[in-house]
Design a protein around this ligand. Sequence first.
Ligand code: PLP
Length: 398
Amino acid sequence: MSRVSGRHFLQIPGPTPVPERVLRAMDKAVIDHRGPEFAKLGLHVLERVKTIFKTKTHVFIFPASGTGAWESSLANTLDPGDKVLMFETGHFAFLWKNMASRLGLEVDFIESDWRSGVDAGAIEAKLREDKDHAIKAVCVVHNETSTGTTSHMDQVRKAIDAANHPALFMVDTVSSLAAIDYRHDEWGVDVAVCGSQKGLMLPPGLGFTAVSDKAMAVSRDAKLRRAFFAWDEMETHNKAGFFPYTPATSLLYGLAEAIDMLHEEGLDNVFARHKRYGEAVRRAVAHWGLEIVSRDSKFHSPVVTTILMPEGNGGDAFRKLALDKFDVSLGAGLSKLADKIFRIGHIGDTNDLTILAALAGVEMSLGLAEIPHKKGGVQAAMDYFASAANGTMAAAAE
Ligand code: PLP
């Protein structure tokens, strides 16, 4: 295979490009994970990561992916046969539901057409019906990476409160944390699940659970089996900065650096620029005359846009062409959406010009693939970025 010059455009919604600073921070000799230097690093990252989740309670870090963190959230808090309420926002909500079933939980799955976010009203109605409080947890995905919809976690919290229901509130923040505003304590979330490879700008390999005091207390008696993902042993070892087994030492150096970078930029600025990317990409897509999967603007995602292929055109062939011709990786359609869509990821360590280049790659590929579209989507995105930079359209990204 011949060398491809320049930087590869990794425009999938995670893993996201890892910044140089994070790569350099990890470029260190591997240290003794039971030694004093590691203890310092462990204590530092375990405390600092809380500032990203906006929590003062507990965050556990596993050498795992987001899927491991999903398992940890359920296995630590529930009993076999417990009922959980989930909402079908898309592929990832569906996978979490499958995992719950495999773990022996009974899932009440509110079905949806994968084109909108969580309907908090439907959650409230289910909880009001549940007079004897059989539902032990409400589990929802904050940003549905497969469809490009973002749900409103504050509204789900309000729905649980309005129904006066004691269920635990669990949120998948895998593709939202450190890119879309997330407030663990303020929103009364009991367990948040995350992975390292998206907003946190790290390679894949870390799974996180942020855990409220209520969930921690429930976990003391929860009867589902757990070993690797158990919180109790983690908690004991974490007190001194250590882990019950070999942690991903190098990734933790990267995590410390990534957290510093996020705070240097300011979390609010990070959230604002992701909104700006989302708006620019949607303007380009609208100009091309293509349709996005997210139907309602109140659910449009700031971090990923899922675009429907016009009838008779396959998403996978289109993605292959874009990769072959312009070295840009676009996200694939998953399960129900396989070959029907492509996704533009606009998350992590990126900027306006990177987004424009990715859009240029998409627009040129649309032309080469002879997919009907109106030229000028990149220009529409440029106009938006320029006016946003000029302050004339700041409100549009609010
Ligand atoms: N949840 C969401 C919203 C995701 O986007 C993903 C992966 O992309 C997962 C969960 C699963 O995480 P992982 O692939 O890290 O196991």
